[in-house]
Write a protein that binds this ligand. Structure first.
Ligand code: ZN
Length: 250
């Protein structure tokens, strides 16, 4: 069991509860967002995406997902039983970065091998999950950024959970840079076989703290439990466990 601590909201006086390890907390009564350690107001952009589903309407995108795609058991949609559907506003950092990488390497797919160089220049809205322990397929989540609005606590449904952030801005920026560098390394390795020089430059244009409505869905199929993550803004299944389909004669 986790220990819940409290501080009182600077804006409305209500208690704001938070757990050890959380860094930024939001008051559920007025939406005031506070940096826990310094007890000061959070001074960066805090946004959210609107959830468009409820316990009933979320079933249809889930069923659609179950009934499509050739890798799934043909009776999945019919036989699967939804055992849990819960909406959680999950915190993310969106780090807007212009990244430029120069690389040089050996191209060994021809003989004799040659030195090749290249440049990768891209602009990213790089997503960093602001929770440490949570299992979430961040890289698979194509966050619908165009729906972003300023955080509004009145838009949070009574039945929804809101997670606080366990990652501060600097850590998020650092992580985004590292992940982008790794991504560029991967891209460079498609053009050269052995990297001998690799230099990246990153310019951060903006960092946004954002709560996204995610439906955590559990279903049961033939005696086993599986999980699905659904984007509550778009209804898209971000990722779902698929039971192994049986092939051959049965
Ligand atoms: Zn408050």
């Amino acid at each position: 069991m986790s220990i819940v601590e409290k501080l009182s909201c600077d804006h409305c006086g209500a208690p704001i509860s938070f757990e050890p390890g959380e860094i930024i907390a939001t008051c559920k009564y007025c939406g005031f967002t506070v940096v826990i350690q310094t007890r000061t107001a959070f001074s960066f952009e805090h946004s959210m995406l609107l959830n468009r589903y409820d316990q009933t309407s979320i079933v249809s995108p889930i069923k659609n997902w179950m009934g499509s795609g050739f890798l799934k058991p043909p009776d999945l949609e019919r036989k699967a039983r939804l055992i849990d559907k819960s909406l959680t506003y999950v915190p993310f950092w969106i780090v807007m970065i212009d990244a430029e990488t120069f690389y040089k390497g050996m191209f060994e797919r021809i003989t004799p091998s040659v030195v090749k160089e290249g440049q990768i220049r891209k602009r990213y809205n790089w997503l960093v999950l602001a929770r440490k322990a949570a299992e979430f397929p961040t890289r698979e989540y194509d966050l619908p950024l165009e729906g972003k609005i300023p955080y509004d606590f009145r838009k949070i449904e009574g039945f929804a959970k809101v997670f606080n952030s366990e990652v501060d801005k600097d850590e998020a920026v650092e992580r985004a840079k590292q992940e982008i560098e790794g991504h560029h390394q991967h891209l460079a390795q498609q053009n050269v076989d052995k990297i001998i020089e690799f230099k990246s430059e990153m310019k951060i244009s903006q960092t946004v703290y954002l709560h996204a409505p995610i439906w955590f869905v559990k279903y049961e199929y033939k005696g086993r439990a599986y999980q699905i993550f659904v984007d509550g803004a778009s209804g898209m299944v971000i990722k779902g466990d698929i039971p192994p389909a049986k092939f051959g004669i049965f």
